[in-house]
Design a protein around this ligand. Structure first.
Ligand code: XLS
Ligand code: CA
Ligand code: CA
Length: 438
């Protein structure tokens, strides 16, 4: 088979300074009851890593990948798959995530598209068997084609809704066939640009109907993977209905669908919603809805979804803190929904970028584990809320008091007795764990 990444061999854990090796990610090392590989469950995003051309709204493609050079769509898709599995094997990542259209591009009819897709899936099955690489999640691209100009499940056009349903049906079948462990819904155009032309109630009702159909079909074909919703507040639409975890959860509860879904939480989408990554993970965790992670980061000076490789170790530490507190992320994982910057156009940059992201999360995992083992925040938080353990607090918690009782309790009290929240002290302690020699 043709070799696409010549001169690069299997990436090793070396603890040294060579950026083409891992310094912190040692897959077989045990941290607590799991190996680092089991904790982190890294996945490569097919669309960015193998499909991104580096084009932006001001400039054309800069990434000249060898698998882009085929004019026939089937040849191009097979070459892309070969390159993908060579890359993932050399990197040592055991999972990938993909949209239907990443695997094979749309043809003039859905029938023709599906025929081509089947051929590529056959080929990918062989590659998966040969390498042991698995599918973390599958999804349908319901946003790129012009027919989704007004949305997919929330479109004003019932034909667009029908196309979207047909695509999800096929991709559920494929995800099942490939043993995918999750299935993601990212509602890229499920939102609106102006309320002047929008029947919000019908659009939201239709989205719920769409999810219901997917649940029914998954049952019918015996797909057992976890359904995930990926919140994002905006872009490309002004407002996306799955704005953030809390909003999407409320939507699911309103339609009686919450039992069927968890969330795929993306760092860059959290910050677009003016939340921290940790906030979104926390909301999901305390609701029992942490499903999977799209591991990337945005740029605070740019107001859009830049999908950069995650290298901010504060963020990865606090993310892994939430994951550890959740008892792990499986059957989800950490999918690098990220693309190299336009200036990083050489093929080897794909390795440097993934190594950077994997090491940042591995280091974050090590630090988060130390923080948790020492119960650094737990002890502080326990003490901070201890007024609810006895007296009036315990009565509030057990719902044994009324407003009248509360009035009687405080009527002659001169001072509530607050103590400091010690934010700066805690931030300093976090720094000491961050920069303890790892
Ligand atoms: C776009 C989303 C998308 C989903 C999958 O912003 O991140 O890539 O993860 O459709
Ligand atoms: Ca994503
Ligand atoms: Ca994104």
């Amino acid at each position: 088979m043709k070799e696409y990444f010549k001169g690069i061999s299997k990436i090793k854990y070396e603890k040294g300074s060579d950026p083409m090796t891992f310094r912190y990610y040692n897959p077989s090392e045990k941290l607590g009851d799991k190996t680092m590989e089991e904790h982190l469950r890294f996945a490569v995003a097919y669309w960015h890593t193998f499909g991104h051309t580096g084009a932006d709204m001001f400039g054309s493609a800069v990434n000249k990948r060898p698998w882009f050079e085929y004019s026939d769509p089937l040849d191009a898709s097979l070459a892309k798959a070969d390159a993908a599995f060579e890359f993932m094997s050399k990197l040592g990542v055991k999972y990938f995530c993909a949209h239907d259209r990443d695997l094979y591009p749309e043809q003039e009819t859905l029938r023709k598209t599906n025929e081509g897709l089947d051929k590529v899936i056959d080929h990918i099955k062989g590659l998966m068997k040969g390498t042991g690489i698995k599918m973390l999640w599958g999804t349908a691209n319901l946003f790129s084609h012009p027919r989704y100009v007004h949305g997919a499940a929330s479109s004003c056009n019932a034909n667009a809704f029908a196309f979207a349903g047909a695509q999800v049906k096929k991709m559920l079948e494929i995800t099942k066939e490939l043993g995918g462990e999750n299935y993601v819904f990212w509602g890229g155009r499920e939102g609106y640009d102006t309320l002047l032309n929008t029947d919000m109630k019908l659009e939201r009702d239709n989205m719920a109907r769409f999810y219901r159909m997917a649940i029914d079909y998954a049952k019918e074909i015996g797909f057992k993977g976890q359904f995930l919703i990926e919140p994002k507040p905006k872009e490309p639409t002004k407002h996306q209905y799955d704005f953030d975890v809390q909003t999407a959860l409320e939507f699911l509860r309103a339609y009686g669908l919450d039992g069927y879904f968890k969330f795929n939480i993306e760092a860059n989408h959290a910050t677009l919603a003016t939340h921290t990554f940790q906030h979104e993970l926390r909301v999901a965790r305390i609701s029992g809805k942490m499903g999977s992670i799209d591991a990337n980061m945005g740029d605070m000076l740019l107001g859009w979804d830049t999908d950069q490789f995650p290298t901010n170790v504060y963020d990865t530490t606090l993310a892994m803190y939430e994951v550890l507190k959740n008892g792990g992320i499986a059957p989800g994982g950490l999918n690098f929904d990220a693309h190299v910057r336009r200036g990083s156009f050489e093929d080897r940059d794909l390795f440097y970028a993934h190594i950077a992201g994997m090491d940042a999360f591995a280091l974050g995992l090590r630090i988060a584990k130390d923080l948790l083992d020492d119960k650094v925040f737990e002890k502080f938080i326990e003490e901070r809320y201890s007024s609810y353990n006895n007296g009036i607090g315990a009565k509030i918690v057990s719902q044994k008091v009324t407003l009248k009782d509360l009035e009687e309790y405080v009527l002659d009290m001169k001072d509530a007795g607050n103590v400091s929240s010690r934010q700066e002290m805690l931030e300093n302690i976090l720094n000491r764990y961050m920069f303890k020699k790892q």
